[in-house]
Ligand binder design. Structure first.
Ligand SMILES: *Cc1c(COP(=O)(O)O)cnc(C)c1O
Length: 381
């Protein structure tokens, strides 16, 4: 299970799984002419950027650092950026290395739009169609009441009254409203976007559908996605961009961890692992979700149930309750699945926890890509 020299906790990124996802996305691009970008905030493992750049149009960034990473590691591919509010001191460098910039307010558009255009950047504005299509996790819903994400139709039209020249600066509109959703939610959203902003879209060059499209998940309705793309191309003459993060590296990574101790409590059994939900998979607590674990079942499903927790001081640093055919023992290695996305990019060293090393698997070959040490903790305090 663990290759010689592999120490836990460690991530393993599976090149062939990544390639499978990329082929699915490249198929959508080929059939529709859409441009698909990697949202780097989900997966910034730049060892794979050359490969990702072979299949996709480029990448999108949340700010200067991710934009620089794309510029350096995926040279020659499209480099897009969106930020809720760009910093004045970053803007020159950003428009120098990006070819698309999307603003989150009319004010930022008017402040920096001309400069971006003069630097050869295509300029967009993020809109908020005010159409929620998800329930349950409001922190992932940019259409939730009180959202700071995107310009509503009323704000857009107020902006136009104040700055009639605004339209002439705009090459495209951007919306991002989905999270792990199928294309039926996209279709519903697109209807509202067209109803509210259709008149303005006619003068534009492109529309960006954002991320949250779970395209590489089993059962995702790709035909409906392609109809949504073709609608914007055929009816509005627009180029279409999509910028999924999750879909690119979905189920393409593992996290190996070792059982440090078994505790038999009055109420049940605990296994303390050398990985931490809070440090190495914070979305387990934030989203929250239950990561898949090889060879395990739901609590009570198999003979031996354990609560799996991390070695930090946080009482809630619990990954979940899992069951196994055989009792766990100290030194056992467990393997969590779907650990490529929103894992490494969110790692932290809370409690002085070590950062897991990162390995790359290609067929039978597994090689160490990055290793971290005390120096990384000390430099980040
Ligand atoms: C998060 C985000 C994405 C990627 O979302 P996924 O859910 O990982 O597909 C794309 N665009 C924007 C603006 C985002 O905030």
């Amino acid at each position: 299970m663990l290759k010689d020299g592999m120490k836990t906790p460690c991530y393993v990124i599976d090149s062939s799984a990544l390639r499978r996802n990329l082929s699915v996305l490249a198929g959508v691009m080929q059939r529709t002419g859409a441009h698909i970008l990697l949202a780097q905030k989900a997966f910034s493992c730049y060892a794979f950027y050359p490969m990702i750049g072979e299949y996709l149009s480029g990448a999108t960034a949340s700010g200067l650092f991710e934009a620089r990473l794309c510029h350096e590691e995926m040279p020659g591919r499209e480099n897009h950026v969106f930020n809720p509010a760009f910093r004045p001191e970053d803007i020159d460098e950003i428009v120098g290395i990006c070819d698309h910039i999307v603003f989150n307010s009319v004010r930022q558009l008017m402040l920096y739009g001309r400069k971006a255009k003069d630097a050869g950047c295509a300029v967009g504005l993020r809109i908020n169609p005010e159409k929620s299509t998800q329930e349950g996790h409001e922190i992932y819903d940019p259409c939730a009441p009180g959202s700071r994400m995107g310009v509503t139709l009323s704000e857009f039209e107020k902006g136009l009254d104040a700055f009639p020249e605004m339209l002439e600066l705009l090459d495209g509109l951007h919306f991002h409203t989905l999270c792990e959703q199928d294309s039926d939610a996209l279709e519903v959203t697109l209807d509202v976007v067209v109803e509210k902003f259709g008149a303005y879209l006619r003068g534009m060059k492109w529309i960006n559908f954002g991320g949250g499209h779970h395209i590489t998940r089993d059962g995702y309705d790709i035909a409906r996605l392609e109809r949504c793309i073709m609608r914007m191309r055929d009816d509005f003459g627009l180029e279409v961009y999509l910028e999924p993060g999750e879909a690119i590296a979905l189920n393409a990574g593992y996290l190996h961890t070792t059982v440090l101790e078994i505790q038999e409590r009055d109420w049940g059994n605990i296994a303390i692992l050398d990985t931490s939900a809070a440090c190495h998979m914070p979305d387990v607590l934030e989203m929250p979700y239950r990561p898949p674990l090889a060879g395990s079942g739901e609590a009570g499903e198999k003979a031996h149930t354990y609560r799996l927790g991390g070695p930090t001081c946080l009482a809630g640093d619990v990954i979940g309750d899992y069951s196994f055919d055989e009792p766990l023992k100290e030194g056992d290695v467990l393997t969590f699945g779907d650990m490529a996305i929103y894992s490494m990019v969110k790692n932290n060293t809370f409690n002085g926890m070590p950062l897991p090393s990162i390995w790359i698997q290609d067929g039978e070959d597994i090689a160490l890509w990055k290793e971290f040490s005390y120096a990384d903790f000390k430099s980040r305090v």
